[in-house]
Design a binder for this molecule. Structure first.
Ligand SMILES: Nc1ncnc2c1ncn2[C@@H]1O[C@H](COP(=O)(O)OP(=O)(O)OP(=O)(O)O)[C@@H](O)[C@H]1O
Ligand SMILES: [Mg+2]
Length: 143
């Protein structure tokens, strides 16, 4: 899915103009690192991808969806967001519940949820850790 950003400007309510005319195209499957010094506006930009922030002017289009026209909940079916501090993202008492939350929250059927969870656990080599508390997993993958 392509992401198309055109002349994006964003001003926080405090008056800080964090983004001053960003234009950027990211193609489907492309891997892009957004790099810049502290306060450059990286987080502000990325929060526009899933609609957590809406442009003051300009546009952000994910696939064929202009983010201003869709809720964050709806955009969550297209855009995943991993927090800077992973501890802030975990809230379930075991890995299975944690990994199931996303697809269940999107309203997928039990069958589809089970299949997505099975694949995600296999990809991350966590198939044998479904009952582990996520906070007990090692950050490095070592057991
Ligand atoms: N909630 C906010 N309210 C007001 N100003 C903000 C807010 N969040 C960020 N800013 C300001 O917007 C600008 C861009 O900040 P942003 O957090 O997007 O930068 P960043 O590149 O992600 O920085 P870092 O490398 O520290 O994560 C900075 O001047 C920052 O002080
Ligand atoms: Mg940041």
């Amino acid at each position: 899915m392509d992401i198309e950003i055109k002349d994006l400007r964003f001003t926080y309510p405090s008056g800080v103009e964090a983004l001053k005319g960003i234009s950027l195209s990211i193609g489907s499957g492309e891997q892009v690192a957004i790099v810049g010094q502290n306060g450059a506006g990286k987080t502000t930009l990325v929060r526009h991808f899933n609609g957590l922030l809406k442009p003051t002017s300009g546009s952000v289009i994910v696939g064929d969806w202009e983010t201003t026209k869709y809720s964050v909940a709806k955009l969550a079916s297209r855009v995943g967001y991993v927090f800077q501090n992973p501890d802030e993202q975990l809230f379930s008492r075991d890995v299975l519940t944690e990994v199931s939350f996303g697809p269940r929250n999107l309203g997928y059927s039990k069958e589809r949820t089970d299949e997505l969870v099975r694949r995600a656990l296999a990809l991350t080599e966590l198939s044998d850790q479904t009952e582990t508390n996520p906070y007990d997993l090692s950050p490095t993958g070592a057991r």
